[in-house]
Design a protein around this ligand. Structure first.
Ligand SMILES: Nc1ncnc2c1ncn2[C@@H]1O[C@H](COP(=O)(O)OP(=O)(O)OP(=O)(O)O)[C@@H](O)[C@H]1O
Length: 372
């Protein structure tokens, strides 16, 4: 049996601790060794889980900064609340099988008799979350190149999960689960709700729907609806949040849901209207057009019509090049056969010939189809 909990931030979580032995296999050879920590060492490393080491609180417990190995290793320790049905086993199980530069990776865990619930030790992310960066009034809102970079980094993290063998479905993609590392790169964390395996697996088919309100795929109503496309929907909400600086659900707006507000504007071609007013639209109009259309495709109600994460990464890679190239890309003509990929007529490949640009194609049939 699963359980349902709802916290102040409207997070609905349905967890089924279940028996993971069915999936337990040897970790990949190149995966760093998962360490087992002693409770007493973690107690020392966090100054007795003191308020000075406290990093934040989530729906399942608190997170503390822990300094280990004589100060050489700084980590974050997740301590589950006493009465909480712990998702720690699930998180350890999944994180011990994946390792990627765009994820908040597992370092180890503690399960000795002194601690009541398992403690998870993960990489420490010193620069807060993407939620803080987008919504905090105390810091300067990120510009377009940072926004596109974060969007691409998260997309790569989700793509890595979906293309794993077996694949991982995260089920809780949201800006507060995207943490920022010491180099200001985005990392996807919090695998408490993640599922590993193929959708036809019994275990997956028996796990009730879960996620966070505002990000949850409306077509994910029963266990059998689960698929990687539910993550694509949540990613689309995150992308709309990155573009607009709006919360996924915000009662100050009408309509409160970012999807219901943004999608009609995108369909009407009013891309500037969905841009975060604090930074205004990007100089290159094609950047916001591509981002907005991609986000709208990710949140389509029919799951099968949403793009896969590979396509999302491809599209954002192109956008990222444009946004970083700046003025070089401002002199553009659209490829005659392609809606998505504009061609720079001053690019060396065309040797300045507009005729050459006109007769060229991007070669992608997919990109030439109608968007809506
Ligand atoms: N690896 C980490 N490094 C630094 N801070 C972290 C780390 N993991 C979590 N935190 C901080 O701890 C707080 C709680 O994180 P946690 O993942 O438990 O919950 P959440 O994602 O905020 O909410 P929910 O549990 O509802 O999904 C957050 O404010 C987060 O920024």
């Amino acid at each position: 049996m699963g359980y349902l909990s709802c916290n102040a931030e409207s997070t609905i979580k349905v967890c089924d601790p279940g028996n993971w032995d069915y999936y337990r296999k040897k970790p990949k050879k190149n995966k760093p060794r998962i360490r087992q920590f002693r409770y007493t060492d973690l107690l020392t490393a966090t100054n007795g889980f003191s308020s000075d080491s406290f990093l934040g609180k989530g729906s399942h417990g608190s997170v503390y900064k822990a300094v280990l190995d004589d100060g050489k290793l700084i980590t974050a320790v997740k301590k589950t609340s006493k009465n909480c049905n712990s998702p720690a086993d699930n998180e350890i199980e999944i994180l011990s099988r994946v390792d990627h530069p765009r994820l908040v990776n597992l370092i180890g865990y503690c399960s000795d008799s002194l601690c009541k619930n398992k403690l998870i030790v993960v990489e420490y992310m010193p620069n807060g979350s993407l939620y803080d960066l987008l919504h905090s009034s105390s810091c300067k809102p990120p510009g377009w190149s940072s926004r596109v970079r974060f969007a691409l980094q998260v997309a790569k993290a989700v793509q890595a999960l979906h293309s794993g063998s077996p694949p991982v479905i995260h089920r809780d993609i949201k800006s507060s689960n995207v943490l920022i590392d010491q180099r200001w790169n985005a990392r996807l964390g919090d695998f408490g709700l993640a599922l590993i395996g193929h959708v036809e697996d019994v275990r997956i088919k028996c796990t009730p729907p879960a996620g966070t309100l505002g990000y949850l795929d409306p077509s994910y109503l029963s266990p059998s609806d689960v698929s990687t496309k539910s993550d694509v929907f949540s990613y689309g909400i995150l992308l709309l949040e990155i573009i607009s600086g709006r919360h996924a659900i915000d009662l100050k707006y009408s309509p409160p849901s970012v999807v219901d507000w943004a999608v009609p504007l995108i369909k009407g071609g009013d891309f500037a209207a969905i841009c975060d007013g604090r930074v205004g639209p990007p100089v290159d109009e094609e950047v916001i057009r591509s981002l907005a259309v991609l986000a709208a495709r990710c949140v389509r109600s029919a799951a099968e019509k949403r793009p896969g994460m590979e396509e999302v990464v491809e599209c954002l890679t192109v956008v990222s090049k444009r946004v970083h190239a700046g003025p070089v890309w401002s002199n553009l003509r659209r490829c005659v056969r392609c809606v998505h990929k504009p061609m720079a007529i001053n690019h060396p490949v065309f040797e300045g010939s507009e005729e050459a640009a006109r007769s060229s194609r991007c070669g992608s049939r997919r990109n030439s189809r109608k968007v809506w």
